[in-house]
Write a new protein. Structure first.
Length: 395
């Protein structure tokens, strides 16, 4: 719903800015037209006074002053000592009998003279100090308004293009995820059938050399594939959130990878350091497992061919959120991509897709309203994670 309203909001905002700009320029044009009429009347009176033997009459001088006032030009009439005698169109009220007001006018005159040299009549002992008319001051804002409007149009266009592209990628991702879940259904059913045949013909105590029961782990793998299928079905939908034990989720994922560590990397120790009585969080168990699996898989990939350790550490509760750290002592994250490590397509693995950590952020931040951050470390990779507690625990 909000996404549909955004284009209308943008059009409305742009229209409001455009209408305001047009109204502003129209008002300026009206003021300039009015000032042109005043200038014409002043010119007429001056020519008339020059042509008349009497020159400028007192009434004509008074009328001329009123005409100048209508132009909106700030004017200060002073003697050669700088004492103001007459003021017009100043941006503040002036009482020339008040010494403080006179001093304020003197300071204002200095600003006027810095822009426009005063007109001085040494014989008659007076000077005219003047500034820019009001409409000219407003005209100075036109380039800035035009630049702001242009930037707004360009920025809006870029934002809409990026939003449209992101939305398209989201739709493609959602469609592919759901189609993958659908396609996995048939082979999963077949695997379950083949596994039942194996259980009927293989000895119950069939073990790997390291003592791990083969059939039990195969069953676990099939169940996990079923979970993966359900995860893909959740893409693009609002998942249900309930009270979830972080200890159970991380311990289950850790034990799954611990049984498969020999095939993924030698001498890797997995440590789940979350207390069993840690307060539950408000989450979706399926998606939380998915996020932690991606973190475990990332760490194991970085430790391939070397010994190392992976630890999930409990950091306590802060501001109604469970805080924990997921860390390994591998080679760490390339500094060139540290700032973009959660972006889609960013990876340091050969042939990697760059979606694992992006999915982790989506699950922790967008779905669970928590946080996940890559912490600065000299070696290894360390992620600080926070997830809101379930209501009962938060209270």
């Amino acid at each position: 719903m909000i996404r549909r309203l955004v284009p209308f909001g943008i059009v409305a905002a742009f229209s409001a800015v455009l209408v305001s700009y047009l109204a502003y320029t129209w008002q300026l044009s009206q003021e300039m037209r009015a000032n042109a009429a005043v200038f014409s009347r002043i010119y007429f009176q001056v020519v008339q006074a020059v042509a008349s033997p009497e020159g400028m009459t007192p009434e004509g001088e008074l009328n001329l002053i009123f005409q100048l006032r209508d132009l909106g030009i700030p004017v200060v009439h002073t003697d050669l000592e700088g004492a103001p005698t007459t003021v017009l169109n100043l941006p503040f009220d002036v009482d020339l009998d008040d010494p403080d007001a006179v001093e304020r006018v003197r300071r204002y005159v200095e600003r006027l003279d810095a822009k426009n040299p005063p007109l001085v009549d040494s014989e008659r002992n007076f000077a005219i100090h003047y500034g820019d008319p009001l409409y000219l001051q407003r005209l100075k804002w036109i380039p800035w308004l035009q630049a702001a409007l242009l930037l707004g149009v360009v920025g809006t266009g870029v934002w809409m293009i990026r939003t449209s592209s992101r939305s398209e990628r989201e739709r493609i991702w959602t469609a592919m995820a759901r189609e993958s879940a659908h396609q996995m259904g048939t082979p999963l059913s077949s695997l379950v059938g083949w596994l039942e045949l194996l259980e009927a013909s293989a000895p119950e105590d069939a073990l790997r050399p390291d003592g791990i029961p083969v059939l039990a782990e195969m069953e676990d793998d099939v169940r996990r594939l079923e979970k993966v299928s359900r995860r893909f079905e959740l893409i693009g939908r609002r998942p249900a959130l309930r009270s979830v034990s972080l200890f159970e989720v991380t311990d289950r994922v850790g034990r799954y990878f611990q049984a498969r560590t020999p095939s993924l990397g030698r001498h890797v120790d997995l440590a789940i350091e979350i207390p069993p009585d840690a307060p539950p969080v408000l989450g979706n168990e399926t998606l939380l497992e998915w996020a932690f699996e991606n973190l475990f898989k990332n760490s194991l990939d970085s430790l391939v061919g070397r010994s190392g350790s992976i630890a999930v550490t409990w950091l306590g509760v802060e501001d109604g959120r469970a805080r924990l750290r997921f860390a390994d002592d591998g080679p760490g994250v390339d500094p060139a991509v540290r700032g973009r490590v959660f972006d889609v397509g960013v990876t340091t693995k050969h042939g990697g897709w760059g979606v694992g950590l992006s999915l982790v952020r989506r699950i922790f931040v967008k779905v669970h309203k928590g946080t996940v951050e890559l912490e600065p470390t000299d070696t290894g990779a360390s992620f600080a994670i926070s997830i809101p507690l379930a209501e009962k625990s938060a209270g």
